[in-house]
Design a protein around this ligand. Structure first.
Ligand code: SAH
Ligand code: SF4
Ligand code: F3S
Length: 460
């Protein structure tokens, strides 16, 4: 086990700090980080901190960082640099940086050195030790802590949920796939599944707290249980589905190579499992998929799509796509466009390939020039925009149940929420509807969402 924990006195922060105050957490990156920030909030509240309405009024500011692309990293450095002034005005302010970016030793050390006003920098693995790092900071000591080993999953840390109508539930941590472009396995460690019973207990608790919709989270939910005896994602879905009062179960992310027939059957037969799959494609070219170490072909991918649609006629698919991976030719890129054309995703996150230090793709030959990446991204986005609209049009005149997430009351009140299959719907409605499941008829389409009218009869 290698660990790198350093604590040192910071000369300019000797003033003892009060125990209580207001905290503010800024979260970058994916749902895993959102969930970790909820845990950080829970830990801070057990120390006596209360949420702050803004960064400016906070006594403790935490940044939960992401390093999946260069852009994410640059933004964090920029944001933290900008805190210097606030720290000068309020020397009692405690500043902490954690998350995936801080799990990279070199980057954490660079940040810790460059910003002497940062009190604590620690890797994503060490979140459970936040209370002791805060205590250090209160007594004027700085902390730099990175634990490179996988840490035992701590299931029962306190947390403050931020989702209004949907709660995130971790089912597996880390990733074993080592897609050649991806930093996640290096910063999140090996794949570890939670025990099914621990997941079910957490879901029961959430339902008793009033949540009727949850999202099961993992970098690759489909391989859930491979490190346990006798557990699979399909079985977990079935167990969770039995929790009384749970109306919607979502999950992400699905890796095409591990998406089983059993899981498709579970999705199709369990009444509260939502008919939506986030199924990252990454590329439509077999050559590039091979170089990415994705371990499926475009034919495999299309086969899964066909099976999902045969089992559920209302299923919607969303995806992630990278353009400009090393060696990607115009013809490879055409294959991606072709697949996007054929599948008809309801939405897609599209990215320019960003070399990540330590990954295999970062040192591959034939890196694609930035201008070509940009140009391909533009073409892909234009196609996806057209496809998204096309995908929305058949909804006009149809109705479905929306779980209302929020209401914008700045003008005429407009509520919004999702159909079970993840389609976002906007409709005129009052704030009292938030949290309810209501029937809505679709009257029009927007770029990435639907517009509708509330039907007379309200469910629930
Ligand atoms: N576990 C998920 C997603 C992980 S990161 C999966 O297996 O798909 C989210 C998305 O970021 C990825 O799907 C990929 O499209 C993108 N991504 C990851 N590394 C990247 C990189 N180096 N450059 C550009 N995009 C990247
Ligand atoms: Fe990254 Fe691939 Fe793991 Fe997803 S499956 S987190 S893209 S290595
Ligand atoms: Fe970013 Fe870490 Fe998620 S690198 S995408 S926050 S797992």
């Amino acid at each position: 086990m290698e660990s790198n924990n350093m604590e040192q006195k910071s000369p300019e922060s000797k003033i003892p700090r009060g125990g209580k105050g207001a905290y503010y957490i800024e979260t970058f990156g994916c749902q895993m980080n959102v969930r970790d920030s909820e845990t950080a909030a829970g830990l801070l509240e057990t120390l006596g901190y209360e949420p702050s309405q803004s960064k400016e009024t906070a006594d403790l500011i935490l940044y939960n960082t992401c390093c999946v692309r260069d852009h994410a990293e640059k933004r964090v450095f920029g944001n933290i640099g900008a805190l210097k002034e606030q720290k000068d005005e309020n020397p009692n302010l405690i500043i902490g940086v954690f998350g995936c970016m801080m799990q990279q030793k070199e980057v954490a050390e660079k940040l810790y050195k460059r910003f002497p006003f940062v009190d604590m920098a620690f890797g994503t693995n060490l979140l459970s030790r936040l209370p002791s790092f805060v205590e250090n900071a209160q007594s004027g000591a700085r902390t730099l802590a990175i634990e490179e080993d996988n840490i035992q999953i701590e299931d029962d840390l306190p947390s403050i949920r931020t989702g209004k109508v949907n709660a995130f539930v971790n089912i597996n941590y880390g990733c074993d796939n080592f897609c050649t472009y991806c930093i996640v396995p290096y910063v999140r460690g090996r794949e570890r599944s939670r025990e099914p019973q621990a997941v079910v207990e957490e879901v029961k608790r959430l339902v008793s707290e009033g949540y009727s919709e949850i999202t099961l989270l993992g970098q690759n939910v489909n391989s859930y249980g491979k490190d346990l005896t006798d557990a699979s994602f399909a079985e977990l879905l079935s167990l969770v589905s039995g929790v009384e009062g749970l109306r919607r179960i979502r999950f992400m992310t699905s890796h095409p190579k591990d998406l089983s027939d059993g899981m498709i059957a579970a999705m199709a037969s369990l009444p509260n499992v939502c008919h939506h799959v986030h199924l990252p494609l990454q590329s439509g070219s077999n050559e590039i998929l091979k170089r990415m170490n994705r371990r499926y072909t475009r034919e495999d991918y299309l086969g899964i799509v066909q099976k999902l649609r045969a089992a559920m006629d209302d299923v919607e698919l969303t995806t992630d796509i990278i353009v400009g991976f090393p060696g990607e030719t115009e013809l490879d890129f055409q294959d991606t466009l072709d697949l996007v054309e054929r599948v008809g995703f309801s939405s897609a996150f599209t990215f320019k390939y960003s070399p990540r230090k330590g990954t295999r793709a970062a040192v591959m030959e034939d890196q694609v020039p930035e201008a070509i990446k940009r140009e391909r991204l533009g073409r892909l986005n234009a196609l996806q925009e057209r496809k998204a609209r096309q995908n929305n049009e058949p909804y006009v005149g149809k109705s479905g149940i929306v779980h209302v997430e929020d209401c914008d009351t700045r003008g005429e009140p407009v509520c919004y929420g999702k159909f079970s299959n993840f389609k976002m719907v906007y409709f005129p409605g009052q704030p009292e509807l938030v949290g309810q499941y209501v029937p809505v008829t679709i009257t029009g389409v927007r770029k990435n969402s639907l517009i509708g009218q509330l039907e007379d009869k309200t469910h629930d």
